[in-house]
Design a protein around this ligand. Structure first.
Ligand SMILES: Nc1nc2c(c(=O)[nH]1)N[C@H]1C(S)=C(S)[C@@H](COP(=O)(O)O)O[C@H]1N2
Ligand SMILES: [Mo]
Length: 334
């Protein structure tokens, strides 16, 4: 039996302001709280590092065939003036609603049920020729690098992560979009056998979907992550491939991607679909536009007791502000 103990920097549940507060309430009402049991059952071949009294830390899958590709060289252009968040903190505090039963600490154990091989990504919509590519083939065709990025969740916490991956722009080039393509629509796996919250399908409009404009996808910061901390991604971080858009709120950075569609119409993400006034399409980090239920002016730095001011575009304005020239403050966020 594992005892879950809060670390000093974790707030009591009563003080957090989760994105899913509405959903959680709905789920608890619908399921009578039954889903909240069994959250810490370790399973699968993943490496679980036990420490008595500490939460279980799930690292990358032991059988991940891409392990030999890491670590990869760090790109010095993308470093930040903050300490990298300790791996243990990052691996035990996640948002992955397919696997989150109650707290952010649940995802590690639950996500071990996700099979990450074989894994294929479908590319379709407005492209010269739709195709499907297997993750290991994709990894053999790209050049991996490490980038240190800040991550700012809309829930007003942040961390700093050493990702491994490749620019989304390289993926777009492989996909050869047609001139009519204006957006990319990303989709996460859909599998009721592995995701407890997908089994309760009526509660969320699964699968998880997110979208960006073609210009955003071409921006040098947009990064497809396949690893972190010098190894493949652990499942709870979005293995085998997830997006990170460091200038946008975290919910845009979709995990465990199985489909990328090029569209003329603006895609509607899962959160936008549920709460369009709280989670807009643009979702650029903006300390001046409060979330309807909390301020975005400051953020809690995970793994520390610090609360620091939030920066416009999460501090990445020099790279991205040009894409939004002329948009007013409110629209930058919504
Ligand atoms: N498929 C999927 N992707 C997702 C989410 C999710 O629930 N499902 N949560 C998002 C949110 S709200 C955040 S803050 C980040 C968290 O990433 P991390 O757990 O690696 O910190 O993933 C994003 N990507
Ligand atoms: Mo988030």
């Amino acid at each position: 039996m594992l005892i879950k103990r809060k670390r000093g920097w974790e707030l009591p549940e009563s003080q957090v302001t989760p994105e899913a507060i509405v959903l959680d309430r709905r789920r608890v009402l619908a399921a009578g709280g039954a889903a909240a049991a069994g959250g810490l059952l370790a399973s699968g071949p993943a490496r679980a590092l036990f420490g008595f009294g500490e939460p279980t830390i799930y690292g990358p899958d032991e059988n991940d065939p891409s392990a030999g590709l890491y670590p990869v060289p760090r790109n010095a252009r993308y470093t930040v003036d903050r300490d990298i968040t300790a791996m243990e903190n990052n691996f035990t505090y996640n948002n992955f609603y397919e696997f989150r039963l109650g707290s952010a600490g649940d995802c590690g154990a639950q996500a071990q049920a996700l099979p990450v091989r074989p894994w294929e990504i479908a590319v379709d919509g407005l492209v010269e020729q739709p195709f499907t590519i297997d993750i290991d083939t994709l990894l053999s065709r790209v050049s991996l690098e490490e980038r240190v990025y800040r991550h700012r969740c809309v829930e007003a916490w942040s961390m700093t992560i050493a990702w491994s991956g490749f620019p989304l722009a390289d993926f777009v080039a492989m996909a050869r979009p047609l001139s009519g393509a204006k957006y990319l629509r990303f989709e996460t796996f859909l599998d009721k056998d592995v995701s407890p919250n997908q089994r309760a399908a009526f509660l969320y409009p699964w699968p998880y979907v997110e979208g960006v404009t073609i210009a955003e996808a071409a921006n040098e910061l947009a990064f497809l992550c396949t690893g972190c901390y010098g190894a493949p991604l652990p499942k709870q971080m979005g293995s085998p491939i997830r997006l990170h858009l460091p200038w946008k709120y975290g919910f845009k950075s979709i995990k465990s991607i199985v489909r990328v569609s090029f569209t003329e119409e603006r895609p509607v993400g899962l959160w936008e679909n549920l709460q369009p006034r709280e989670y807009g399409f643009w979702a650029n980090v903006n300390p001046e536009v409060a979330h309807p239920r909390w301020s975005q002016a400051t953020e809690r730095v995970l793994g520390t007791n610090d609360r620091v001011p939030t920066q416009l575009f999460n501090g990445y304005g020099e790279y991205v502000a040009g894409m939004y020239a002329g948009m007013d403050n409110e629209r930058l966020f919504m």
